[in-house]
Design a protein. Structure first.
Length: 282
């Protein structure tokens, strides 16, 4: 399965910026190796109110160029800002030379919509059973809970699904066709910090898929466990039905969109990576 990885996209943007820098500075063989996207180390910040990565590449480059780490970071920042790319970042440079990359709200909405669109079309078979001694029932429960919420939303009229009682997910959304992630032009519709928790888990899973050959069964289990915990905490904290559905239907649809993406990823992890059934009901 191919999922859009924000980390991979950012690695490519930083690599392209480093090529711009290389054109104006003396370099050597080591620099050429550093420019390779998969050698650029990015660290997702454990922050549930934004999508943010940190990078120390400028500190490494300062050993090879006659510039300070901060000067290099500023030049990389300007080169990234000049790129015409799908996922736009706001770049902050620290005095130490560390760089922070904050994904803009519009880009997050675009990425979530890509995940949502893929969940409606992707089909996958069960993988091989993995020798994992952990209890997988909590992950299966989270998956079935997502399915129950989507079916309830269909019955309540918050969304319209294509024959949810007759087919296993993914169910095609007839209405809305796309999720109203943004209010206005550039602001995400989320209202609580807990709404960012499943998004953070989506990011981690997408990044793991991008480097799938390096991801072990134990790591897939942790990703699935983290997502199941996050989506259940999200459900406990964020109302979807009742007054929210009546007074703010777009917010209800956004929250259901997160549930749909979580259901799809949990199903894929259970069946494809952990080799166990992803039940619709328990």
């Amino acid at each position: 399965m191919k999922f859009p990885s924000i980390k991979s996209q950012l690695q490519q943007q930083v690599s392209a910026a480093m090529l711009v820098l290389k054109q104006t500075q003396t370099s050597n063989e080591t620099i050429r190796e550093l420019i390779e996207p998969d050698r650029i180390r990015l660290y997702q910040i454990g922050n549930f109110t934004a999508v943010c990565y940190r990078c120390a590449i400028a500190l490494g480059l300062a050993r090879h160029y006659r510039l300070s780490a901060m000067e290099i970071a500023c030049q990389l920042r300007d080169a990234i800002a000049a790129q015409s790319v799908e996922f736009q970042f706001a770049v902050r440079v620290e005095a130490s030379g560390w760089m922070e990359f904050h994904l803009r709200d519009r880009a997050i909405a675009l990425w979530l919509e890509q995940l949502f669109a893929q969940h409606q079309t992707e089909q996958f078979d069960s993988g091989e059973k993995q020798e994992i001694s952990a209890n997988l029932f909590p992950i299966q429960y989270a998956h079935s809970r997502c399915c129950s919420l989507l079916r309830l939303a269909n019955r309540e009229g918050a969304i319209l699904l294509d024959r949810p009682q007759e087919y296993s997910p993914p169910w095609i959304w007839l209405d809305p066709i796309s999720i109203p992630w943004l209010k206005g032009e550039d602001t995400l519709r989320f209202e609580q910090a807990v709404e960012w928790q499943p998004i953070s888990r989506f990011l981690a899973i997408a990044d793991a898929i991008a480097s799938e050959t390096k991801t072990s069964p134990t790591q897939w289990l942790k990703l699935a466990t983290d997502l199941s915990n996050a989506i259940l905490e999200f459900e406990r904290s964020c109302r979807i039905f009742g007054d929210v559905r009546r007074k703010n239907p777009e917010l209800a649809q956004v929250r259901l969109g997160l549930v749909a993406i979580a259901q799809f990823l949990l199903g894929w992890l259970l069946q494809q990576k952990l080799g166990i059934a992803a039940p619709v009901e328990l």
